[in-house]
Design a binder for this molecule. Structure first.
Ligand SMILES: *[C@@H]1O[C@H](CO)[C@@H](O)[C@H](O)[C@H]1NC(C)=O
Ligand SMILES: *[C@@H]1O[C@H](CO)[C@@H](O)[C@H](O)[C@H]1NC(C)=O
Ligand SMILES: *[C@@H]1O[C@H](CO)[C@@H](O)[C@H](O)[C@H]1NC(C)=O
Ligand SMILES: *[C@@H]1O[C@H](CO)[C@@H](O)[C@H](O)[C@H]1NC(C)=O
Length: 285
């Protein structure tokens, strides 16, 4: 993992174009008061996220996840790496904004998995499912060492460019985050991630990213990838995504009703369920 030097960061002032092909500026506030640029720390982030990998299992699990509301009419699909909800639209009604709150989980070593470190990454974003060549997204990730020590961080990414860790944004298990991905075109947008509990907000304004289709709205907990492939998946406490919605270029609002619910593995490695049109949850065995 490459680390930025603080001196390099301040010399670059607002525009950071070092880590990725796209350009961005980043601003941060604490309770509405700007955080000085020299206190904003960014670094390259590994592992990173990937597009949806459907190739892993041939068929959905034989038993559906339990429903707490009795409401479970969404299509269920299996993926190797994504767990959560994806709502699809089409090119005549593209996604403009995807919004959601999520609570960063408590992570731990997954029983039966003997490679390390282990990771789990909840995030909110656009594309990566039916549109496979770009994703604009932001979230958090936990890393669990072989000794069971957990570290957590926040990041944003314009896939396929590398993810950027916001290392000056501490992340604790149980913290609530609010993410808004707000596109102005297929190649420009703003990503805002807020630690709701503390009123700390980071906003990255991005341009020149890989062309989005703006066809998929994603609320996902991912088993990420590194350069050597998918990384070991950590165990995590039940994670809720709340106030989940997307808005489209035609002004429509899309929710979780009818979204595809992705599961990882057929034995409950990670399962997801809709709670209502604005809320869903994911959990692992
Ligand atoms: C998809 O997941 C499977 C199983 O984890 C893995 O073997 C395969 O390499 C993955 N494919 C891609 C393109 O990442
Ligand atoms: C595109 O999506 C909108 C809303 O999601 C829907 O009303 C419309 O029928 C869709 N158009 C096509 C061509 O599928
Ligand atoms: C986020 O809020 C939690 C309290 O829930 C706090 O412990 C944590 O340090 C905060 N993170 C930031 C970046 O302020
Ligand atoms: C999205 O971005 C547009 C253009 O910058 C802005 O007017 C609007 O308030 C933003 N919406 C949200 C929810 O952030």
């Amino acid at each position: 993992m490459k680390h930025f030097q603080a001196a390099l960061l301040s010399a670059l002032a607002l525009t950071q174009a070092v880590l990725a092909e796209f350009s961005y500026t980043i601003e941060a506030t604490h309770n509405g008061v700007p955080i000085p640029q020299d206190q904003i720390k960014l670094e390259a982030h590994e592992p990173t996220t990937d597009i949806l990998n459907r190739t892993w299992a041939p068929s959905p699990p034989s038993s559906k996840p339990p429903s707490r509301t009795g409401k479970r009419s969404n299509p269920v699909s299996i993926s190797a790496n994504w767990c959560g909800a994806v709502k699809h639209t089409n090119s005549s009604n593209q996604i403009k904004i995807v919004h959601g709150y999520f609570q960063h989980p408590t992570c731990s070593l997954r029983s039966g998995v003997t490679s390390y470190p282990q990771y789990a990454a909840p995030w909110v974003g656009i594309d990566g499912d039916t549109w496979t060549s770009a994703i604009l997204q932001s979230g958090t990730v936990c890393t669990v060492s072989s000794a069971g020590a957990v570290s957590n961080s926040a990041w944003f990414q314009w896939f396929p460019s590398a993810a950027v860790t916001i290392s000056s944004m501490p992340v604790n298990a149980g913290d609530w985050f609010e993410v808004t991905v707000n596109t102005t075109s297929n190649t420009a947008g703003k990503v805002t991630i807020t630690n709701v509990s503390q009123g700390v907000t980071y906003t990255a304004t991005l341009t020149g990213g890989a062309t989005l289709g703006r066809l998929d709205a994603d609320w996902v907990l991912e088993d990420p990838v590194s350069s050597s492939g998918q990384v070991p998946f950590a165990s995590f406490t039940e994670t809720w995504f709340e106030s989940a919605y997307a808005t489209t270029t035609s002004g429509a609002s899309l929710g979780i009703d009818g979204a595809t619910m992705y599961q990882i593995g057929s034995s409950g490695t990670c399962q997801s369920a809709e709670y209502d049109n604005a809320d869903l949850y994911v959990w692992s065995n």
